[in-house]
Design a binder for this molecule. Structure first.
Ligand code: CA
Length: 708
């Protein structure tokens, strides 16, 4: 372990039941998804079933024969940006999304494109997407495919042709809302949330009429400006109560609480169980200065599925101040706990605790840390402090380490805003009783921002971003101390059963099968099958680039297939290229599909880094460089990476020909010459001499990289 002294310098965000179903014209309906186990050859909804366990009853591919799994086909996307989607597969057709919200309908046996739909998002929106311009998938319902777009639209497409049946703008386009999550469709309604809490928005969930696109109800997750009165929304019945947990003028920066991923339909209780995101700004001292829990930030909340009426909530992180979203995937199950059958919701949100909640009433059943958590005084020397060291089983509230709140003083805290677990889906096997959870250790340095003032269209977190220290030793320590682990977690006994150490943090989503297998992609470009009882690796494939999406399995004819998406991009590869250097390389994402005996050729990816151009002479003073470092951290780093090290998602600035001289650099930074590529003008935020100091920072970084 490194010493604490060293860690304190870390940058911020380190901070055989083959469904032999012939292609049929019968549409996907709610009863069909409720009975999804009757047709295991299809993957009808985001988590396969409404319970979203991501467990497949298929057994053709098993622990006994998985060694002969081979590539059946692959399909190349048209963008190198992040590939996060879980495909749907319905009667031989795969519906999958790539970045920029593009929908692809593919023949599930061959990969042949049947149609594509491009919503033609203005790429300037890319700068308002906190975590890459990703999309996590579609919903299918009664002959239509529904997708949310990065610019905030909900679009209904004809499943046969991809033509638009209707489209609705679900957000105020003047604000920095985005949609990256998959819609869900139930009983004639399509549900969609949004993101944007880094930029200063107010979160909500909307329900649209699947047939007409009419807005049926909306539930705001945080209270609005009290002077404006009730919203006329489904949330009105509870918002006055929620407002009592806020102080100050929280509404001025929206409050946050975006619903950007988990929206799960609980068919047993006809309710939606929804994960709510972090506060806006992150720093509660600024957001709600006299304290307060700030409902419903970082909460799991249950709403009546038909009306959106509030039913219950459980707040994982009261008074959230670390970007600890509770939007992470939620799995529903029935577990036997202390001899009694309990209907539960399970979640492993960013904050590092595994929660089991009674979904009939929202009461906490158990909460145990799945990464090391300790009181500050018991924290091993050299390890960052934990935000909390336990959860009180009576009150359901966390037992916090108060100094982790960084009130008046910076703190290095585990986990960071990347979370101990992020969007990568976990899975649950009813056969083993285990949850397969991609977890990670990444510490974050939280520095309260003095004199905070919001800036339009920028990250407004109320914390001061810290640049990656230039010292190569520290960079090495950052890499060495950031780790990833696949955990098999027993949610009844609240303990880890097995673990697999991985090459780094930010590994892929998981899927479990009745064939005794767990599939998971990795950050270093492998797709692996494990024995579900022991974690023994049984098979792997070299996908060459990070493979992070939720895998799926399905059948066409007598063949069982397994599919996953590979490619760089996502928040990690934009911000944290330092942890997985792929410098100078940008390759398009791919869909990879496997079957027993598959012999398709491996796609050729241009992965050999191009040589870095010789950087121009460094002509600035130390003081100018220091200013440039701060300007880069606060304006550029969330997209272009710690240390200006690209991760394969957006161009690595150290390689840019524009770096050579002031004028071409200013053309991009100040005049917006690359807006079409997703880089808008920063002319309103940076003065010409400041843009030049940002160049000074990047020139130095290029010199460090090209030094012998
Ligand atoms: Ca966030």
């Amino acid at each position: 372990m490194p010493t604490f002294r060293t860690l304190a310098l870390l940058p911020l965000a380190l901070a055989g039941a083959c469904a032999d179903r012939a292609p049929s014209a019968s549409p996907v309906t709610t009863p069909r998804i409720v009975n999804a186990n009757a047709e295991p050859g299809n993957w009808l909804s985001h988590g396969r079933t409404y319970d979203e366990q991501r467990f497949s009853p298929l057994t053709t591919i098993s622990a006994a024969n998985v060694g002969t799994l081979g590539l059946a086909w692959s399909y190349e996307f048209t963008t190198p940006r992040g590939a996060e989607a879980t495909p749907l597969v319905i009667d031989g057709v795969m519906y999958v999304t790539s970045a920029w919200s593009i929908v692809h309908a593919l023949d599930a046996a061959t990969g042949k494109a049947l149609w594509t739909y491009d919503p033609k998002v203005n790429h300037a929106r890319g700068a308002r997407a906190c975590c890459d311009v990703v999309n996590r998938g579609v919903a299918a319902y009664e002959g239509r495919i529904y997708v949310g777009t990065i610019d905030g639209r909900l679009v209904a497409l004809d499943e046969k042709s991809g033509t638009v049946a209707w489209e609705k703008m679900t957000v105020d386009s003047g604000q920095a809302y985005t949609i990256t999550g998959a819609p869900r469709a139930v009983n004639g309604l399509v549900y969609i949330g949004n993101g944007g809490a880094e930029y200063g928005v107010r979160g909500y969930l909307s329900a649209y009429d699947a047939n007409t696109g009419d807005l049926k109800w909306r539930f705001y997750t945080v209270p609005g400006d009290p002077a404006k009165g009730p919203d006329g929304a489904a949330s009105d019945s509870i918002m006055a109560e929620a407002a009592k947990t806020w102080t100050g003028e929280w509404w001025k920066l929206g409050g946050g609480g975006t619903v950007w991923d988990a929206i799960v339909y609980d068919k047993d209780l006809d309710q939606l169980i929804v994960g709510v995101g972090n506060g806006s700004p992150w720093n509660r001292q600024i957001r709600s200065p006299q304290g307060g829990d700030n409902l419903f930030l970082s909460s799991i909340i249950a709403l009546d599925a038909k009306t959106g009426r509030y039913k219950w909530h459980y707040q994982t992180t009261p008074g959230e101040t670390w970007d600890y979203t509770a939007t992470q995937p939620i799995i529903l199950a029935e577990l036997t706990i202390d001899g009694a059958a309990r209907k539960v919701a399970m979640q492993a949100p960013k904050n590092g605790f595994f929660y089991v909640v009674d979904r009939t009433n929202g009461k906490l059943i158990s909460a145990k840390p799945f990464i090391p958590m300790a009181r500050t005084k018991d924290t091993p020397k050299g390890f960052p402090i934990s935000w909390a060291y336990g959860v009180d089983s009576v009150t359901g509230r966390p037992l916090e380490n108060p100094e982790a709140r960084y009130v008046g003083a910076a703190a290095v805290v585990m986990p960071s805003g990347f979370g101990a677990h992020n969007w990568q889906p976990m899975s649950y096997s009813p056969q083993t009783g285990l949850v397969y959870l991609p977890s990670q250790l990444l510490a974050g340095a939280y520095v309260p921002k003095a004199g905070f003032a919001a800036r339009e269209g920028m990250w407004n977190t109320g914390t001061d971003f810290q640049a990656l220290p230039d010292d190569p030793k520290i960079r090495g320590i950052v890499r060495a101390t950031s780790t990833g682990t696949l955990l098999a977690w027993d949610p009844v006994k609240n303990r880890e059963v097995w673990r697999v150490a991985q090459k780094g943090p930010w590994n892929g989503g998981t899927m479990a099968t009745a064939g005794g297998l767990v599939f998971e992609g990795t950050v270093d470009g492998r797709f692996i099958a494990y024995d579900d009882k022991t974690g023994k690796e049984l098979w792997s494939y070299n996908t060459q680039a990070a493979t992070l999406s939720g895998p799926v399995t399905y059948t066409v004819g007598n063949d069982q297939y397994v599919a996953v998406l590979g490619g760089y991009g996502t928040a990690f590869f934009t911000i944290a290229g330092v942890l997985a250097p792929t410098s100078g390389v940008q390759v398009n994402g791919h869909v990879y599909v496997f079957k027993l005996g598959g012999k398709a050729p491996q796609p050729r990816l241009a992965l050999t880094p191009v040589p870095m151009p010789k950087p121009p002479a460094f002509t600035w003073t130390d003081a100018q460089y220091a200013t440039g470092t701060t300007l880069f951290a606060n304006n550029c780093m969330v997209c272009h990476g710690f240390g200006a090290i690209g991760g394969g998602s957006v161009p690595d600035l150290r390689y840019s020909p524009k770096l050579q001289a002031a004028e071409p650099w200013a053309g991009v930074v100040l005049k917006g010459e690359k807006t079409a590529g997703g880089m808008p003008s920063f002319g309103a935020l940076l003065k010409p001499d400041e843009a030049e100091l940002v160049r000074a920072y990047v020139v130095k970084q290029a010199m460090m990289a090209s030094a012998p």
